[in-house]
Design a binder for this molecule. Structure first.
Ligand SMILES: N=c1c2ncn([C@@H]3O[C@H](COP(=O)(O)OP(=O)(O)OP(=O)(O)O)[C@@H](O)[C@H]3O)c2ncn1[C@@H]1O[C@H](COP(=O)(O)O)[C@@H](O)[C@H]1O
Length: 106
């Protein structure tokens, strides 16, 4: 299992967004605004759909990584974080009575 996490990616993205001297795709994308970040996320999601329909595990892995990157940027420029998303997923798991099972399986 990889040691990398969405929290580590989010920390790098936030660091890039806060550094006015950073030569960074993330910074350039964020400067174009929330609508552009949302558009990029949508494009990458469609590319992931195409990869899945093609039954291409390599392409789907790459496109899924693009989706997660662009969602992380979109959350950041919208003043949200993965913590909020994971808290919501946790809440739903607890509501379905599967919290104990989830912690046993993870
Ligand atoms: N994980 C990613 C990542 N995934 C995808 N992308 C970029 O997302 C873009 C999407 O591809 P497109 O062909 O659609 O983009 P494009 O036509 O070049 O761009 P647009 O003009 O349409 O925005 C590519 O330029 C990719 O490099 C990423 N750019 C950065 N990261 C990570 O983000 C962090 C900060 O990176 P920098 O901002 O580059 O310093 C680092 O950890 C990077 O590894």
């Amino acid at each position: 299992m990889s040691d990398f996490s969405v929290h580590a990616l989010e920390a790098i993205i936030r660091d890039r967004l806060a550094d006015p001297d950073a030569k960074s795709y993330t910074r350039a994308l964020a400067a174009k605004g929330t609508d552009k970040c949302a558009e990029k996320f949508g494009e990458e999601a469609v590319e992931a759909v195409i990869a899945a329909v093609r039954r291409s595990p390599e392409e789907l892995t790459a496109e899924a990584a693009d989706v997660v990157y662009h969602l992380t940027v979109l959350l950041a420029v919208s003043g949200l974080s993965w913590d909020a998303v994971l808290t919501e997923l946790h809440r739903r798991t607890a509501r379905s009575g599967l919290e104990e099972k989830a912690s046993r399986l993870s």
